[in-house]
Write a new protein. Structure first.
Length: 283
């Protein structure tokens, strides 16, 4: 029997996000303010706000109380609360999801712009080990092995027959030339990117050094897109000590415009592969 890939199973992070949006929409439809609802539910407004933003869980008992308060009956809300309470697949790797992995698990498309390293979904095991080992976080061998295993597991969705993840990666040429782990590891990594670029649902474009300044120089970012219209796009931006989750529609739309602009500035997929092959040949 073929093993089920995580994209075919519910993500608690994703379910919590969907539940949060529904609960907020229902409250607002009643005309009740956040403060009024919090008072009636014996919650602090800040606590209810976190629930409505998907940053805190709402258990089944609270969801039932909210349905009573808002005078609505929706069994899907109960099901979402139950699914959101279950541990995600990443827990078995000792990884604490900060919102991204759980959403990527149910995304249908990833738009990734990277400046200094190869996108995680395209990394070889040797490359990611070298990258993890050089990071500011000092990992034990077990932690390193778990992080590598989890990233390799995420990559499997790209070639999964039932829920293939579309990936459009824009990579700055500087990331191709940075010798992460040494020449052999880097050469193998570039060969791997070329191979993955041949997969139907993968698009790779390179921003060449000759381009000079470009729209993506403010920093790397990733946009996740989902199958259902009710699930709005999500933008993820990492920085040195954490990450930013952008969910406001207008801000995500601005990020998408930047990504579209980078697609126009970057080399075509065919020319990008040719450049990657030239860089690999120089190693």
């Amino acid at each position: 029997m073929r093993e089920v890939i995580m994209g075919t199973t519910p993500s608690p992070t994703f379910r919590r996000r969907r539940l949060a949006k529904k609960l907020k929409a229902i409250r607002k439809s009643t005309g009740m303010t956040l403060a009024e609802a919090a008072l009636a539910l014996y919650k602090q407004p800040s606590a209810l706000s976190r629930i409505e933003k998907g940053r805190a869980k709402a258990d089944v008992h609270l969801v039932r109380s909210m349905m009573d308060l808002y005078d609505v009956r929706d069994d899907e809300l109960i099901e979402l609360a139950l699914q959101a309470a279950k541990p995600g697949w990443w827990v078995r790797y000792g990884i604490r999801d900060r919102g991204y992995i759980g959403l990527e698990t149910e995304a249908t498309e990833v738009l990734s712009s990277q400046l200094v390293y190869i996108p995680g979904l395209l990394q070889t095991e040797a490359y990611m080990r070298a990258l993890f080992a050089s990071g500011k976080v000092k990992r034990t061998k077990k932690q390193l092995d778990n992080d590598v295993a989890a990233r390799l597991y995420r990559q499997r969705r790209i070639t999964d027959e039932d829920s293939a993840l579309r990936l459009h990666a824009i990579i700055d040429e500087s990331a191709l030339r940075k010798l992460v782990g040494g020449r052999k590891i880097m050469r193998d990594q570039l060969d791997h990117v070329v191979m993955m670029a041949e997969v139907d649902n993968v698009t790779v474009q390179v921003l060449p050094d000759a381009l000079g300044a470009h729209d993506g120089m403010d920093g790397a970012f990733t946009i996740l897109r989902f199958a259902e219209e009710q699930d709005s796009d999500f933008m993820y931006v990492e920085y040195t000590t954490g990450s930013i989750h952008v969910e406001k529609d207008d801000e995500v739309a601005e990020g998408k415009l930047v990504f579209d602009g980078l697609c126009e500035q970057a080399l075509s997929p065919k020319d990008s592969v040719a450049l990657i092959e030239r860089v690999a040949a120089q190693l």
